[in-house]
Ligand binder design. Structure first.
Ligand SMILES: [Zn+2]
Length: 149
């Protein structure tokens, strides 16, 4: 009789242990998924900040081009005569500004590609709304909790 009680208690203890381990694993997985989602969102936000910075820099080049064209148009500078500190003609200055603007454009394109990639990655994940488990792409039901995906 005592042996049976001991067995039952032992079995209960093992069940409790397994349940605790399952719960621990569940919480870990859920927090990992949440962390992944947050880090992807913050990556997209960082890319967008970088994009805004690059566009501002590029706009500055365009503004300088416009200012130079205005000076030529209003007769304060002549297209084929050096103007300003650099000793460049307005046309040379404008050409140089367009080269810088083009370099910014290449960086803008690269950041836009990174944003598209990060967004596709975030959309791709088949995450269970009920438990947060990351399931395989084609799963119809959660492999962890069985909820419909
Ligand atoms: Zn689930």
């Amino acid at each position: 009789m005592e042996k049976d009680v001991l067995k039952i208690i032992q079995s209960l203890a093992e069940t409790a242990q397994t349940a605790t381990e399952d719960a621990y694993e569940y919480v870990q997985q859920k927090s990992k998924n949440a962390t992944d989602a947050v880090s992807e969102k913050s990556a997209i936000m960082r890319h967008k900040l970088e994009l805004a910075r690059l566009k501002t820099e590029q706009d500055r080049q365009f503004a300088d081009v416009g200012r130079m064209m205005f000076l030529v148009r209003s007769g304060k500078a002549k297209n084929d005569e050096p103007y300003g500190d650099g000793g460049k003609t307005p046309q040379q200055t404008i050409d140089a500004l367009f080269i810088i603007a083009e370099q910014y454009q290449q960086q803008i394109d690269a950041v836009n590609a990174k944003i598209a990639e990060a967004k596709a990655k975030a959309d791709d994940k088949n995450i269970c709304a009920a438990c947060g488990h990351e399931c395989a792409d084609n799963d119809a039901f959660c492999s962890h909790c069985g909820a419909k995906l």
